[in-house]
Design a protein around this ligand. Structure first.
Ligand code: CP
Length: 309
């Protein structure tokens, strides 16, 4: 039994979690692997409401699958168009309505700060399933779990985050979390898509950071290549997107220079930043990462709803 408190907590930002708490979540996720395979009724009678105001495949469906595998139920919507926001309802009123139907809410919203606002209004815990370009904390937990599972450790790794570090929310949450570990972080992006200043400010005194625009130079040294999509939908000016589109492409030639045991992760969806020919290499672990999303979200639901301690 742990003295750490998860029951009733919101998961808005990964910055709200200590290393001890994150390590405990990773351990709880490992314990969930058996229930992901055989099922459980530990959340019987509990209802997850998914409020997705932005498109999603993995996050929404894995939250649903996680809840179902633990014996609970899910309701919700997958696009804002069919909800009463279309009639002008604000987020606060939506939350004060939905909390009557829910034991827990997962919210994806295009606006930064939306999850924090929802948590302030909600009587039930709110899980941030992606808040604009700001954060995606549950993705970071699954990314860390994947590192632990695939590499056997997180401390000591040389990890490169590649692509859109400005608008990509997963890399913001992941960078905050990785700053609690003893790692070297390489931030590889076009000049205009460098990691946000507030993230750099928060992590720079905790870990070694190397910022560069050139991926080829660093490939031979790194243990983990975390590739991201250029987030076209978040560019205020599509002419700017056109300048950086296709900036990085991982293919078999890229891998020739990499360590044999380097692994490639990607939060997905992917567009063209990883060539399909890479999928069948031992380095490609992004579809294993998808599976890990279920067990991690099972653990988060069970901890926050108090079914496990
Ligand atoms: N990784 C991720 O958030 O994927 P979706 O947008 O499909 O949920």
């Amino acid at each position: 039994m742990s003295s750490l408190q998860f029951k009733g907590r919101d998961i808005v930002s990964i910055e709200d979690f200590s290393r001890e708490e994150i390590d405990y979540i990773l351990k709880s996720s490992q314990a969930m692997e058996q229930f992901a395979a055989k099922g459980s009724d530990m959340l019987k009678g509990k209802i997850l409401v998914n409020l997705f105001f932005e498109p999603s495949t993995r996050t929404r469906l894995s939250f649903e699958a996680a809840m179902l595998k633990l014996g609970g139920s899910t309701i919700g919507f997958a696009e804002a168009e069919i909800a009463s926001v279309r009639k002008g309802e604000n987020l606060a009123d939506t939350i004060r309505t939905v909390e009557n139907y829910a034991d827990i809410i997962a919210l994806r919203h295009p606006l930064e700060g939306a999850a924090k606002l929802a948590a302030e209004f909600s009587k039930v815990p709110v899980l941030n399933a992606g808040s604009g370009a700001e954060e995606h904390p549950t993705q970071a937990f699954m990314d860390l779990y994947t590192l632990q599972k695939e590499k056997g450790k997180i401390d000591g790794l040389k990890i490169a985050l590649v692509g859109d570090l400005r608008y990509g929310r997963t890399v913001h949450s992941l960078a905050y979390a990785l700053s609690l570990y003893n790692i070297e972080l390489y931030l590889i992006s076009p000049e205009t898509l460098r990691m946000r200043h507030e993230v750099i400010r928060a992590i720079k005194n905790k870990i070694s950071i190397i910022e560069d625009t050139n991926l080829e130079n660093i490939i031979p040294q790194i243990d983990v290549l975390y590739v991201t999509r250029i987030q076209k939908e978040r560019f205020p000016d599509l002419a700017e997107y056109a300048k950086v589109k296709g900036a990085y492409r991982i293919d078999l030639k890229t891998l020739q220079k990499a360590k044999k045991d380097m692994i490639i992760l990607h939060p997905l969806p992917r567009i063209d930043e990883i060539a399909a020919e890479v999928d069948s290499t031992p380095q490609a672990r992004y579809f294993q990462q998808v599976w890990n999303g279920i067990v991690v979200r099972m653990a988060l639901l069970a901890l926050v709803l108090g079914a496990v301690k």
